[in-house]
Design a protein around this ligand. Structure first.
Ligand code: ADP
Length: 262
């Protein structure tokens, strides 16, 4: 379905000729609709923890007033809910910052080995808390691509954090950097592989959508906003990079980032 805005004007002075301009509005409408959906989803995601906090405040002021055990439990839940809201706001801010600067600063380079080493270091505490060992398989030689270091850090951090959270039961995650196997374009493939429950085929095309979370036990118990992979996708598009996802249920999931060298 396409919609056009049509405007007419005369050509020259009293020539009797008209110019009709057809402006395709379908894309503008689609973007408006996406924006409205996004605001509705974001508001709902923020409203849910807020409603829960308001409910517990009421209980604490009423029935649970003199019950110290209930009070401690409710305060803990309220603290978790504020954490959830803070994560959501951080992710929303990341998305909006990315949208505000649509292009990358040209001329900057990222050392993948050094960036991924620091991602692994920063996720060390989460990995050990979840009983996950992170293994490195890095190719030798220089592993440098054009790009923004902070943004690529965020990409690998999101993917590795997911592997440690959702693939926890596999006990092991591997991070590899290899020369790209995509014959046409020289570059590097960074693969983050876990050995957890994996992702059913029907969910794979949807997990990079905003707010999409697979409704399985692991997503319900793990903290998340459903925005991580959409931020990853956004950043990769700016880097002319691609994300491919392979998974076999029960055997784990592999997320590969294909980064062009130039
Ligand atoms: P979040 O982790 O905040 O929920 P993401 O956008 O990072 O959001 O991920 C979306 C969903 O994709 C997750 O909720 C989870 O259901 C699924 N997912 C992501 N990574 C994995 C993985 N390594 N194994 C299994 N499921 C995953």
């Amino acid at each position: 379905e396409r919609t056009y805005r049509v405007s007419a004007s005369t050509v020259g002075h009293a020539t009797g000729l008209y110019v009709l301009v057809f402006k395709d509005q379908s894309e503008t409408r689609r973007i408006d609709r996406m924006r409205a959906d996004f605001i509705a989803n974001a508001s709902h995601e923020l409203r849910t923890p807020l409603a829960s906090i308001a409910g517990f405040i009421e209980t604490l002021r009423g029935p649970a007033r003199n019950d110290p055990a209930a009070r401690d439990q409710f305060l803990q839940i309220m603290q978790n809910q504020t954490g959830r809201m803070a994560r959501l706001i951080d992710d929303l801010l990341s998305l909006s910052r990315l949208e505000m600067k649509p292009y990358l600063r040209p001329g900057t380079e990222v050392d993948l080995r050094q960036t991924i080493d620091s991602v692994i270091d920063s996720l060390g505490p989460l990995a050990s808390e979840n009983g996950v060992v992170i293994e490195r398989e890095f190719a030798s030689g220089p592993l440098v691509v054009p790009g923004d270091r902070d943004e690529l850090f965020q990409v690998f951090e999101n993917l590795l954090e997911n592997a440690c959270k959702y693939g926890q039961s596999g006990g092991r995650v591997t991070v590899s950097i290899a020369g790209s196997e995509d014959g046409q374009q020289p570059g590097f493939d960074v693969t983050i592989r876990d050995y957890g429950p994996g992702i059913a085929e029907e969910h794979i095309p949807r997990i990079t959508e905003r707010f999409y979370r697979v409704d399985v036990e692991s997503s319900r118990t793990q903290k998340g906003t459903g925005l991580g992979l959409s931020i990853v996708k956004h950043i990769l598009t700016r880097h002319n990079a691609r994300l491919s996802i392979k998974s076999e249920v029960g055997k784990g999931a592999a997320f590969t980032v294909h980064l062009p060298a130039r």
